[in-house]
Ligand binder design. Structure first.
Ligand code: HAM
Length: 418
């Protein structure tokens, strides 16, 4: 018998899935307020999309993708992140032809063959937002404000905004020269992947998870010191905007992100334990890289599991479960049909109602109603049907009220709305 899910995956049930849905509901509501539209892209894409989008020398592509050939021998990859698929959809459906900006949000599963640990899974969930069509740092600020709003609503106080600029391709050329000079001093000590990256894409050496490599790059030159005028101005404007609005941040040259598409601004919200809750940045070249007409873009992805971990640690008091409002107990087989009619009416009236379908004794049914914290209980037997009256018991107080069956829905509604 197979009773264990694959390593790095988990089942979602009970309180945990309710909490995830609650977080999603809050994020969705916020996107609505910011007038951002939802998009859902497939769980898998052509592998080529990620090779070109995420970058061939990234950890994600080199070590973590779930790639396989389908039955027609096409190379397919389960999506490791949400941006590349969203950009593909933006181009496929000519969303750029609409009035810009295009503002999209998504909830997606993402698959990465990583070493599982707290907050790191092989299948995880992301809430992401992507803005297309704005080259102004105001777009970054709008995303940061949305994230702040979301963290506030979730009552997550321990999350600091870290920002950095990694410049554009012109800055990168200059920076790469200096970085390679620095890396070459310890060339032999780096892992084989990094030795190759030094030649192909030196910036990626900075986010290698290998302990020796990360130790060796601690004093590496900073991208922010090699920005051209335009990138410098962009970063300055961003900082001014954040200062003027009163959003606190730290400039953190260690934030270089692990994906290749970023240009200029990169940012993360990190908690005091060094845990990255979400990350993103500008990616002005990705659309052209994937074959579209150049169009500036910026976005972020937030790991839902990491948020849930914090909420659980904080013993969040988010209202995740609406209690059962009425439990209708059935006394005797003859009451069953009527009981089901009443239950059906109550539910149609929007009242969360449960009844017995295990043919339990009335005593067992009431014990169960207690266990599920039902707000009101009713027992329906032949007597109640003949008199067209039931006793409604308020479980908190034990108080019982006789109610005519014709007025039951109104009565319950008034009680639960008070
Ligand atoms: P990322 O930083 O690779 O960026 O992932 C975004 C967030 O997903 C991370 O900050 C983290 O909270 C969460 N995450 C990543 N990997 C895992 C994992 N193995 N287990 C649990 N959570 C994880 C992106 O994916 C970009 N697409 C973000 C973006 C959107 N940039 C621009 N637009």
């Amino acid at each position: 018998m197979i009773t264990k899910a694959p390593r790095g995956t988990q089942d979602w049930y009970g309180e945990k899935i309710l909490l995830r849905r609650k977080v999603e509901e809050i994020a969705r509501d916020l996107c609505n307020k910011y007038n951002i539209n939802e998009i859902e892209t497939p769980a898998f894409e052509h592998t080529e999309l990620f090779l070109r989008g995420v970058g061939e020398t990234t950890d994600v592509v080199q070590k973590e993708m779930y790639t396989f050939n389908d039955k027609a021998n096409r190379s397919i990859t389960l999506k490791p992140e949400g941006t590349a698929g969203t950009v593909r959809a933006y181009l496929e459906h000519s969303l750029y032809a609409d009035t810009q900006p295009t503002k999209l949000y998504y909830f997606t599963q993402a698959f990465r063959y990583e070493k599982p640990q707290a907050g790191r899974y092989r299948q995880h969930h992301q809430f992401g937002v992507e803005f297309f069509g704005s080259e102004h740092p105001q777009a970054e600020v709008e995303l940061i404000l949305l994230l702040k709003d979301l963290l506030d609503k979730l009552n997550i106080k321990d999350a600091k905004l870290h920002i950095n600029s990694i410049g554009c391709l012109t800055c990168r050329k200059e920076y790469n020269k200096v970085l390679v000079n620095y890396l070459e001093k310890n060339q032999d000590k780096f892992c084989n992947t990094c030795k190759e990256r030094m030649i192909k894409n030196p910036l990626r050496v900075l986010d290698c998870k290998d302990q020796t490599c990360s130790q060796l790059v601690k004093e590496a030159p900073k991208t922010i010191d090699y920005l051209d005028e335009e990138c410098k101005n962009h970063f300055k404007l961003l900082k001014n905007l954040l200062n003027n609005i009163g959003i606190e941040y730290v400039i953190d040259s260690n934030v270089v992100r692990g994906l290749d598409y970023y240009t200029k601004t990169v940012f993360e919200f990190i908690n005091s334990e060094g845990f990255t809750l979400c990350g993103g940045g500008r990616y002005d070249n990705l659309i052209a890289e994937l074959g579209g007409k150049p169009q500036p873009a910026v976005g972020f992805g937030m790991g839902i599991e990491r948020i849930l971990l914090l909420l659980e640690q904080n013993q969040s008091d988010l209202q995740i479960k609406k209690p059962v409002q009425v439990y209708l107990g059935i006394l005797g087989d003859n009451a069953m049909t009527k009981a089901y009619q009443i239950v059906h009416y109550l539910r149609q009236a929007g009242i969360k109602t449960e009844t017995d379908f295990l043919k339990r004794s009335v005593k067992a049914q009431m014990k169960y109603a207690n266990k599920i914290n039902a707000m009101y209980t009713i027992i329906l037997g032949e007597n109640e049907i003949n008199n067209n009256k039931v006793k409604v018991k308020e479980m908190d107080t034990g108080q019982q009220t006789e109610v005519n069956l014709d007025n039951l829905i109104e009565y319950i509604k008034t009680k639960i709305n008070n």
